[in-house]
Design a protein around this ligand. Sequence first.
Ligand code: SF4
Ligand code: SF4
Ligand code: SF4
Length: 140
Amino acid sequence: MKTLQIDVGKCDYGRDCAHECEAACASKVFKCDDPSRAALRIRLLENGEGRAILCDQCGDCVIVCPADALSRNKQGVVLLNKKTCVACYTCVGFCEKHAFERNPEWLLPYKCIACGICVKACPKAALEIAEAPTPAPRII
Ligand code: SF4
Ligand code: SF4
Ligand code: SF4
């Protein structure tokens, strides 16, 4: 499956990636330039370590969605069907990586779709879209 991966050792925490993700996706909805609304979050912790919060396409959320609104495409990327999502946020609570985003101005949650736009924006080449084995979903 296709998944967005990061080497936090290369990251400069400038959040160019988040700006580009937000500009490409969320700004169409929110009409603003706010990287906190991007589908990936990059943080520099107080201890000096970096942390990236992003979807690894594990598929756990697919099995808990009561509306069958989440599914994998041919590349293995987990996508949300906006027409069938009922905005119950079960997926948001179930995702162990906290990879779903929510915003009060937009009813539906959203997540990384492995589009690769952020990869091109990173000045440190810390991001890549890579192939990874598709894991079995978490048992519930
Ligand atoms: S949103 Fe979370 S549970 Fe769903 S595929 Fe991504 S990491 Fe897995
Ligand atoms: S918020 Fe939408 S995608 Fe998430 S579990 Fe509920 S219906 Fe499914
Ligand atoms: S791959 Fe696309 S959707 Fe995912 S974080 Fe990067 S720009 Fe956003």
